[in-house]
Write a protein that binds this ligand. Sequence first.
Ligand code: PBG
Length: 342
Amino acid sequence: MLTAPYIFRSSTLSESSQELDLVRRPRRNRQSSAVRDLVQETRLHPSDLVSPLFVVEGSMQAQPIASMPGIYRHSLDLLVEEAMELHRLGIRAIDLFCYIPDEKKDLMGSEAERSGNLLQQAVRLLKQEIPDLCLMVDIALDPFTTHGHDGVLNDAGFVDNDLTLPVLGRMSVLAAEAGADIVAPSDMMDGRIAYIRRALDSAGFSHVGILSYAAKYASALYGPFREALNSSPKHGDKKGYQMNPANVREALMECHLDELEGADMLLIKPALPYLDVIAKVRNVTNLPIGAYHVSGEYSMVMAAAQNGWLDAGKVFSECLLSIKRAGADFILTYAAKHVLKN
Ligand code: PBG
């Protein structure tokens, strides 16, 4: 039986009758802030973080999102200010999502591929105002379709994979034309990475990268995001394309396929409930891995913090550090300000 402090007897030594009690004291490495920092294994740096930003039409708009305290939909003018504030805090990459008014939505999500749309305007403006910011653009149809699904529907109301790919391809080229550095397809259609890669290359955008949402689960944690973009599916759910939370081998397969198809980076989403997936993917790929600390993960902490039950800054720092410890190279998170001002 071990009693504290734990005593281990060295059997070789006791055999030679030179009894030596070794007292193991791991606390020595925790005795001061300097020593703790010296032996710290994982670190969070501002350049590890990507801030998702929501864009809305109009001017002087900062529309609060009720289920995401502290997060807003910004019109272009205020979007630039928000991005500049984040940039000053050390954020070097952002990911753009557009809020599309109902009257611009249709069955095919055609606003997504209209030249001059809000997405193109936002990318152009940010590129011009903050040239060294890495601009990612979400590529998926759900904010643009009346039914709220990520693709084009067939007659049975099921998302048609191969009819969706050309729309994703054109949407990606549009983002690239406006100056996006990285396109981030988040829809989980089969074969989209290869399709988008070819579309970008043949339009002269071989330098534009693809961050593939390679393992995206059909999670209940996307609720607040869908409120932010008014993009909830009007019928059914997304289980026909997003993954079953019970599966991890399937995630490895998805990541492998996207790597073969030409993804430059892989994303796993959500983050905290899927740390095991991040760790397993880390072991089998040499591509950079991102994790999406999603809206529900943000809102849970904020709700508790608003009740005075948790310190949001500290909890977020711990959560993001855990995601890195699991093996992620970078993290998409709404909590950047909480962590960097902490
Ligand atoms: C849509 C998309 C979603 C998120 C990112 N892109 C929602 C969904 O799949 O329904 C969720 C992000 C979040 O919850 O923060 N393609």
